[in-house]
Design a protein around this ligand. Structure first.
Ligand code: GLU
Length: 473
């Protein structure tokens, strides 16, 4: 059997983190089984359609290395197919015309709510005679087509949740075709999944309540059921469903902030699935290899941005330096003019503490120009202003005596300065603290040796002079 999965997004704006996980699991499952991954745009709800979002979605999927083997199919281009299938159901007696007005349905709902009944269509139009139906259709009366849910119970298997049974009394006679001639999600999804040969439907848990209706559709058409697998929710830290109110939820926003696609893939893939117990960093190929639908968790997974940041940092550190330099350039502002050579040095040092590329600008700036810091931070906590001054003076002389070759690498600078400290029987803190602050303008920075290496001899000397001037002011 050729395994076929699909991603079926609705073009409502952006790719949600939860949808990325759905996309990944469908992709992994198809690839692992040498099957097909299909893309279908579900745009039949015209009220939710957002202009430009299909293009944006395709772009984001490509950025996330999720290439589809078939599609994209677009449901709004397939309307005759759904109309034809709705007719088939009418002929089989599995569906019926409904002419109820929105006002009547609203009233019905309110009446049911008042007496605390579940809100369901009352089958008012089920008993219309064929003649009457024909007459009203001929008169162009607005109508929908509804699914007729039979009595009894419905049972289906979910690959993640096991067997699920529901009493048909709880299922509404779902609208299949709307008055605008568009199918609802329910009809379109079943018809397309069948016609497109989808073998495994892997999607978010929120759709599980629709499955009984879909099962009736499959049965009414006389089609075999696919395998259903409903993924647990992705949650906010407070365990509510991941929402915009508690942070970014769009993959596009994370990409714009300088998260790497590979890190996002890795992190999001692990929401609900632990490939092995021994590590957390996995390449796409490994995730495909290790993916197992039966190992997907049943309970929701919390989306932890701190963890994602950590993981992104791991990926930045593993990146080839030239690639890191070119990726970083997109995050520099116009006034941060820096040569490739300098940027390479800065990133060699700063990548150790970098988590997202949008931080690059803040990391680069102190190397390009020193900020106006307060002289008091030059003084180490166990030292005095006079001592800081004396040490910086000494260092100025020392650095001035360095041959250019000392600046070729960090360890040569470190060796020379440590030797100087030792030969003069000085304390590391008394010397290295003011040096580090003088070179960075901040209490938190890379090591003084790294700073000196990036800045070079002239700039190091000039920053020592600035510090000395501050202390003697
Ligand atoms: N179009 C639905 C969505 O936007 C997909 C539901 C499904 O996968 O069946 O999430």
């Amino acid at each position: 059997m050729n395994i076929k999965t699909r991603l079926a997004p609705s073009p409502t704006g952006y790719l949600h983190i939860g949808s990325l996980r759905t996309a990944l699991y469908n992709y992994f499952f198809a690839k692992k089984n040498h099957g097909t991954f299909l893309l279908r745009i579900e745009d039949t709800d015209r009220t939710r359609y957002v202009e430009g979002s299909v293009e944006a979605l395709l772009k984001t999927l490509k950025q996330m290395h999720l290439s589809w083997d078939e599609g994209p199919y677009v449901q709004s281009e397939r309307l005759p197919i759904y109309q034809e299938h709705a007719q088939m159901l009418l002929e089989k007696g599995s569906a019926y015309y409904c002419f109820c007005t929105p006002e009547r349905l609203k009233e019905l709902r309110e009446r049911q709510q008042q007496v605390k009944q579940s809100t369901k269509y009352d089958r008012h139009c089920l008993s219309l005679s064929t003649d009457e139906i024909q007459k009203r259709l001929a008169a162009g009366e607005s109508h929908v087509i509804r699914l007729k849910i039979p009595d009894g119970i419905t049972t289906f298997e979910d690959a993640i949740r096991g067997s699920i049974t529901i009493n048909n009394e709880e299922i509404d006679d779902q609208v299949l075709m709307k008055s605008d001639g568009f199918p609802t999600y329910h009809l379109a999804v079943v018809v397309d999944d069948h016609l497109m040969g989808i073998t495994h439907i892997i999607r978010a848990e929120e759709w599980i309540s629709s499955v009984p209706k879909h099962v009736h559709l499959y049965q009414s058409f006389g089609w075999d059921l696919p395998v259903f697998a409903h993924l647990p929710l992705v949650l906010n830290p407070d365990k509510s469903k991941l929402s915009k109110r508690q942070g970014d939820v769009a993959v596009e926003d994370y990409l714009a902030k300088g998260y790497l696609p590979e890190a996002l893939i890795n992190y999001v893939a692990l929401l609900g699935f632990n490939p092995t117990a021994d590590r957390e960093i996995y390449k796409m190929d490994e995730l495909i290899e290790l993916f197992d639908l039966s190992k997907v968790n049943k309970s929701g997974a919390v989306f932890d941005v701190q963890k994602l940041r950590w993981m992104n940092g791991q990926y930045l550190r593993a990146m080839d330096l030239d690639a890191l330099v070119s990726a970083s350039k997109n995050f520099l502002t116009n006034d941060e003019v820096v040569t490739d050579e300098m940027l390479k040095k800065i990133l060699t040092v700063e990548v150790e503490r970098l988590e997202v590329l949008s931080e690059v600008s803040d990391r680069v700036r102190p190397y390009l120009s020193i900020s106006d810091y307060d002289a008091s931070i030059l003084v180490w906590k166990k030292s005095t202003r006079e001592d800081a001054q004396a040490q910086l003076q000494g260092l100025s002389g020392l650095v001035g005596s360095f041959s250019p070759s000392v600046f070729e690498n960090v360890s040569l600078i470190e060796h020379a300065i440590k030797q100087y400290i030792e030969s003069k029987s000085l304390q590391n803190g008394n010397v290295l603290w003011p040096l580090r602050v003088a070179l960075s303008g901040s209490e938190q920075s890379a090591s003084p040796f790294q700073l000196a290496w990036v800045l070079g001899k002239d700039e190091t000397l000039s920053r020592l002079t600035i510090a000395l001037n501050k202390l003697s002011a």
